[in-house]
Design a protein around this ligand. Structure first.
Ligand SMILES: C[S@@+](CC[C@H](N)C(=O)[O-])C[C@H]1O[C@@H](n2cnc3c(N)ncnc32)[C@H](O)[C@@H]1O
Length: 221
């Protein structure tokens, strides 16, 4: 079995991406666990996590470090946050989610993973959680809503460190089902640029996710 390090905390095992399990023996979403040379890895499913899909599709900018502080918008039950929790094991991942049903699962997960901080709130109102966090190194947004770019930009302006990186997962169909996805990606990109964001990298997520694009960017303060 061939294992190589892809990024800090991210490994390639026989064509799969994986992270080292922070919580040995415990699965989060039914993912495969693999023991290699005394370490346990969780295979990161690109059909369940857009970040894994972006990595497999050639993402080059990977801002998550061992001690990163991350603001995660649209954390759901914690599938992708759990892998970031493996990577940024000495950091903190502030997970904003507005669905109480998802939040219950996320709260359970955060009891097992102390670097996940669940926040039941609406990411369109970033000032609501101002007393819970300070500036962060990375903002990751995956909300699948019509206003996905706007809420991402509002959170970046408020919470990104000067050299902070933002990753915005755009789901074209959530913005307009009748428009061609490529047209939507262009419009969202120009929105970001008009509002002072520099787009560092763009990665399409097919075949894992249809009509999705990952935008990696930074805000020019
Ligand atoms: C596509 S799912 C996220 C999947 C998750 N990022 C992962 O990879 O494990 C989108 C989530 O965003 C949440 N969401 C949508 N709009 C939101 C908002 N304004 N504030 C907070 N959460 C929101 C939804 O409830 C849903 O759980």
């Amino acid at each position: 079995m061939k294992i190589t390090q892809k990024f800090n905390g991210v490994y390639e095992i026989d064509g799969n991406v994986a992270t080292e399990n922070l919580n040995k023996g415990i699965k989060v979403y039914g993912e495969r666990l693999m023991e290699i040379e005394g370490k346990e890895y969780r295979i990161w499913d690109p059909r369940r996590s857009k970040l894994a899909a972006a990595i497999l599709n050639g993402l080059e900018t990977f801002p998550f470090k061992e001690d990163s502080k991350v603001l995660y918008l649209g954390a759901s039950a914690g599938t992708t946050p759990s892998h970031i929790s493996d990577i940024s094991k000495k950091g903190l991942i502030y997970c904003v989610e507005f669905s109480p049903r998802m939040m219950r699962k996320l709260a359970d997960l955060s009891r097992e993973r102390k670097n996940l901080i669940p926040i039941l709130d609406n990411a369109t109102k970033p000032k609501n959680y101002m007393n819970l966090l300070q500036k962060v190194d990375v903002i990751y947004s995956d909300v699948a809503q019509p206003n996905q770019s706007e809420l991402f930009m509002d959170n970046m302006r408020l919470y990104s460190k000067k050299d902070g990186i933002g990753i915005l997962m755009i789901k074209a169909r959530s913005i307009d089902v009748t428009k061609a996805p490529n047209k939507i990606f262009k419009e969202e990109e120009s929105k970001l640029k008009t509002h002072g964001f520099r787009v560092i990298e763009k990665v399409k997520l097919e075949p894992y996710e249809k009509d999705h694009m990952a935008f990696v960017c930074e805000f020019s303060f």
